[in-house]
Design a protein around this ligand. Structure first.
Ligand SMILES: Cc1cc2nc3c(=O)[nH]c(=O)nc-3n(C[C@H](O)[C@H](O)[C@H](O)COP(=O)(O)O)c2cc1C
Length: 182
């Protein structure tokens, strides 16, 4: 049986990003039967503009759409900026939401995890990401979310935190829309 392919969109562009490290940890500790790929280059997407979209959409947008269309699941790993998701992630979702009703994200099981150095762990960003992805057509897996506070120490050195992050990926990979609707 082939692996379930989870494509990861990281909401931080920072070289030393904690959320990037979370994505890498999830990739390196992916459960059996799950392969995790991190998308690079979200900063190369132009800001979404309907004038640019269509058959000649910019190459980075077309490439992202192709990768998402070929994935089994999409996972956003993101911090929070000013009470919501960072613009780079929002922009990626916008590109993936078009053509209207037929975007690459349509029907794709989707979840979000991430961490911020506050007690709330970025939960507003994660709520907004889920809402935006749902409106874009994704099949958001409601109970698969980790908003992790990174106030205390290196969260990726804590096996309990890493276990919850890996469990989230496992649940996303195992999600079946039919059973969820039952
Ligand atoms: C522009 C900006 C806005 C931020 N706003 C929030 C916020 O609203 N809530 C929060 O928890 N953290 C906020 N932060 C702090 C980020 O969560 C923190 O920098 C985090 O480590 C970024 O994730 P990264 O390590 O993956 O880059 C903000 C940071 C920046 C740069």
């Amino acid at each position: 049986m082939t692996d379930t392919r989870v494509l990861v969109l990281v909401g931080s562009l920072r070289a030393d990003s904690l959320n990037r490290r979370i994505a890498e940890t999830i990739r390196d500790q992916a459960p059996a039967g799950v392969s995790v790929e991190i998308v690079d280059g979200l900063e190369q997407l132009p800001f979404y503009n309907e004038d640019l979209d269509g058959a000649d959409a910019p190459a980075p947008a077309a490439a992202l759409r192709t990768r998402v269309a070929g994935a089994d699941r999409v996972l956003a790993v993101t911090p929070e900026y000013n009470g919501t998701m960072p613009a780079v992630l929002n922009n990626a979702i916008d590109w993936l939401s078009r053509p209207f009703g037929q975007g690459a994200i349509k029907g794709k099981p989707f979840a979000v995890v991430g961490a911020t150095p506050t007690p709330y762990g970025g939960k507003w960003a994660h709520e907004d990401t889920r809402r935006s992805a749902r409106i874009a057509g994704a099949a958001v897996v409601e109970d698969v979310v980790v908003s992790q506070s990174a106030l205390e120490g290196d969260i990726l050195a804590d096996p309990e935190v890493v276990g919850r992050l890996v469990a989230a990926v496992q649940a996303l990979a195992a999600y079946q829309p039919e059973t969820a609707a039952a």
